[in-house]
Each structure stands twice: as structure tokens, then as C-alpha cells.
Design a binder for this molecule. Structure first.
Ligand code: FES
Ligand SMILES: [Fe+2]
Length: 431
């Protein structure tokens, strides 16, 4: 059971304090086969604070960017991990540093720009200056002025560098962790997830095609749930079956690592289907004005048409037809998150392929024909949670005939992978 915050109270008309909501100590996860998820995990401020500490600032690896975004020494980008702003910078030819964007003098957020190129990192307030690897290298008036003031003799600059996160760059993707001792990234992701990860990120040099950002009025966990919820795919996203992106001749599966934290939704064609150049034309009565938006050119290994890796908790790495993209989730309290979308391709793409990837961002972007449905439904869900009575809960029984939690594969009519996620979540959160 999680440790708890104070009871929420209000001063009532009759002159005494009255409980506004139940204390988390009194809250119980429904005791059944794991197919119930209480709505308070999406709305409670104390649960959210605990998620930040245990999940976002714990032993997890968080997506920090692409190596291609910081190509030269001094190139940097700012991003947000959990609620903390960080600077991702190439600090030496073969070194990338991820530094907390917070001055060690008086806590000022140093850098507001999205990115650029610098020689050092200097705080605007009193101009403390840090090297690209975060070491404090300059303190104005350190020796005082005309013998007056200045830092005490025992002030040690070495102890006042910017907080550095642990970093691993894995096939062009930058991962960072607030933990001092995270497991090696590959071990963290697990061998089941490694294959689909390596299929997209093989080491082939990447190139960013563009960015989108969107704020959604919903809890961050809805993103993680959704990407392993194969049940909704053809039902919510009517574009997919209408234009043949979900087809009856394809197999869908959701892979999970042993813990249940990470997942990968895979769609592939059945044996005998020519995927070298696949034209989709499921419903001839509906026509797209420009069919190139769903034109698929086979380029990656295997017969998968779509592969969506969720590296818990921060990111989804997605390939669908020729759209390659990263959805980086940034929580902003229990009722809001931001999604930072990075559309990318490969450095050696020809102009036609680059244009195709941009075009297909119209399917899988914030206002894409497909993805717009998800953010709408997340906000609708959050509104539903807000109006629910204490004790109401989600029902995740689809595919639970055998009461299984974690299996290798789940098919369309199953919520097993979502149950698996919450089994893991309860362990980490001690709920
Ligand atoms: S707060 Fe950064 S130099 Fe003073
Ligand atoms: Fe979806």
C-alpha cells in the first residue's frame, strides 16, 4: 500500500472539517482476477506524485531524443522527462550528456530554447557557466571585488555541476535515467522487445522529418494502455478498415516483456501475400483524393506492416506503412499530458521517400486521420473518470476466459496486455 498524503478536507457550513475524498490509505485495488482498474489511478494527485517518484524518476530508461538531433559538439535540444526539463547535448565527439536544466546556484531553469548550438551552458541570472558535460567552470566575482566578498575559499566547483543523468545511446536513440544504477538498456527492454526495436533502429543513420506537439486533457497512462489495446483498433479508428490498413488477411499480435511493462503491437500479412508493394483497397466505395497517403513501400525486414513498440513509461516507437515516428509522453499532472511527436526517416532516404513520410504524418500525427481518434477518446475518458463515483472501476475482461495475465500473444478480442500492464504497475506502485 502506497504511503499517503493528507486527507482532503473542506470547511463545511456547520463549522467543522469534512472529508472531500477518501484518503488513499482507505483505497483498495479491487480484489479479483486483475480485470478491474479503479478510476482513481487516473485522477488522484497523490497517486500521480508517487508515479513520478517510483516510475519516472526511478530505475527506468526514458526517451531523451535521437542522436541525429545533436550532430555536432555543442548541438543541444531541450526536452522534458517526467516533469523535469533537461538539456540533451553532444558534449564531445563521442559523448552525449543529458543534464538537468536547473542552475546549481539558485535553481533557475537555464535554457528555454528548443535547441541550437553553444560553446557552454550559462545561466542568465548570475552567469554561472557550465561546460557541455555539466561541469561548473566559471563563477563571476568568485574572488570578490577589490578584496571584498566572493566565494569562501572552500567552495568546491566540482561539487556544483549540473545534475547529470545516466545515458545510453542505443542504435541512434538517446535514453536517460534519473537512477544512479539503472539496468543496461537492452536488459531493461528485454529480448522480446529487442527484436522489434532493432528492426526500426538497426543502426542505419536517422534523419528527422518533422515535429508536432499536442497537449491532451487526460492521464498519461491512457497513452500506454491504448497502444496495447488491440480491441479498439478497427472499432475506434474507422479509417483503418475503410482503407484497408487493417485487413482480414493479416495477423495481429501483442508481444510483452516478462514484467508486462513494455509491449509491441505487430500487424503482419498472412503467408502468400505479396508485401513488396502492397496496394490497399479494402472498400472501393470510399475513395481517397490522394491515395499516396496510404501507399506502402516495403523497406524493413520481415512481413510486418505495422510495429508499435512501447518502452515504458515514456515513449512509443512506431512504424506503420512508411511512417516512422516517436511519440514521447510528458505527464503534466494527473489530468493532462503532452505528446511530443518526432517523425523521422533514414539519412539515405531519397526525396520521394522523404516526401512519402511527411505525407503519411497525415495519418499518424496529432490531427492524423487515424491518431486524432485516440486523443479525442483520451479526453472523453478523463471526463468520464472525473464524473465517476468513488469505487467505480474499469472492466477489462475481454479475453480473460483463462484468467491469464501474461502471454506471448494477444489477439484482437483481448485486453490481456492491458491487464498485464496493470499487474506490473501495481507491483511498482505497491497498490
Ligand atoms: S541562479 Fe544561476 S547563476 Fe545564479
Ligand atoms: Fe488507437
Amino acid at each position: 500500500m502506497i504511503s499517503i498524503a493528507a486527507l482532503r478536507l473542506k470547511w463545511a457550513a456547520h463549522g467543522s472539517w469534512e472529508a472531500l475524498s477518501m484518503d488513499m490509505d482507505t483505497r483498495q485495488w479491487p480484489a479479483d482476477d486483475g480485470s478491474r482498474v479503479p478510476y482513481w489511478i487516473y485522477t488522484d494527485e497523490d497517486v500521480y506524485r508517487s508515479e513520478l517518484d517510483r516510475i519516472w524518476y526511478g530505475r527506468n530508461w526514458l526517451y531523451a531524443g535521437l542522436e541525429a538531433e545533436v550532430p555536432e559538439v555543442g548541438s543541444y535540444r531541450t526536452t522534458t522527462l517526467g516533469e523535469r526539463s533537461v538539456i540533451v547535448v553532444r558534449s564531445a565527439e563521442n559523448e552525449i550528456s543529458v543534464l538537468e536544466n536547473r542552475c546549481r546556484h539558485r535553481g533557475v531553469e537555464i535554457c528555454q530554447a528548443r535547441g541550437g548550438k553553444v560553446d557552454d551552458i550559462t545561466c542568465p541570472y548570475h552567469r554561472w557557466s557550465y561546460a557541455l558535460n555539466g561541469t561548473l567552470q566559471g563563477v563571476p566575482f568568485k574572488r570578490g571585488v577589490k578584496g571584498q566578498g566572493g566565494m569562501p575559499k572552500d567552495f568546491d566547483q566540482k561539487e556544483h555541476g549540473l545534475h547529470r543523468l545516466k545515458v545510453e545511446v542505443v542504435n541512434g536513440v538517446i535514453w536517460a535515467s534519473f537512477s544512479e544504477d539503472p539496468p543496461p538498456f537492452r536488459e531493461y527492454l528485454g529480448e522480446t522487445m529487442w527484436k522489434p526495436y532493432e528492426r526500426i533502429f538497426s543502426g542505419r543513420k536517422l534523419r528527422v522529418v518533422g515535429y508536432n506537439r499536442q497537449v491532451v486533457q487526460a492521464n498519461w497512462k491512457l497513452v500506454i494502455e491504448n497502444i496495447r489495446d488491440s480491441y479498439h483498433g478497427a472499432l475506434l479508428h474507422v479509417f483503418l478498415p475503410t482503407f484497408g490498413l487493417i485487413r482480414p488477411d493479416q495477423a495481429n499480435a501483442i508481444l510483452m516483456d516478462e514484467s508486462g511493462a513494455h509491449s509491441c503491437m505487430v500487424s503482419s500479412h498472412a503467408e502468400g501475400v505479396d508485401v513488396d508493394k502492397q496496394e490497399y483497397n479494402f472498400d472501393d466505395t470510399m475513395q481517397l483524393a490522394d491515395r499516396r497517403v496510404i501507399e506502402a513501400i516495403k523497406e524493413l525486414e520481415g512481413k510486418e506492416t505495422a510495429s508499435m513498440v512501447c518502452a515504458f513509461p515514456s515513449v512509443i516507437l512506431l512504424q506503420q506503412i512508411n511512417a516512422l515516428q516517436i511519440r514521447h509522453c510528458v505527464p503534466k499532472g494527473p489530468n493532462e499530458f503532452e505528446l511530443m511527436w518526432t517523425h523521422f526517416g533514414f539519412e539515405d532516404d531519397d526525396e520521394e521517400m522523404r516526401a512519402r513520410r511527411v505525407r503519411q504524418a497525415n495519418l499518424f500525427g496529432p490531427s492524423g486521420y487515424v491518431s486524432v481518434d485516440d486523443s479525442e477518446i483520451f479526453a472523453n475518458a478523463q471526463r468520464g473518470f472525473a464524473m465517476a463515483a468513488e469505487g467505480e472501476e474499469a472492466v477489462l475482461k475481454m479475453g480473460s476466459g483463462g484468467r491469464e495475465q501474461l502471454n506471448e500473444n494477444y489477439y484482437v478480442a483481448s485486453e490481456g496486455a492491458v491487464r498485464g500492464l496493470y499487474q506490473y504497475y501495481r507491483e511498482v506502485m505497491e497498490l
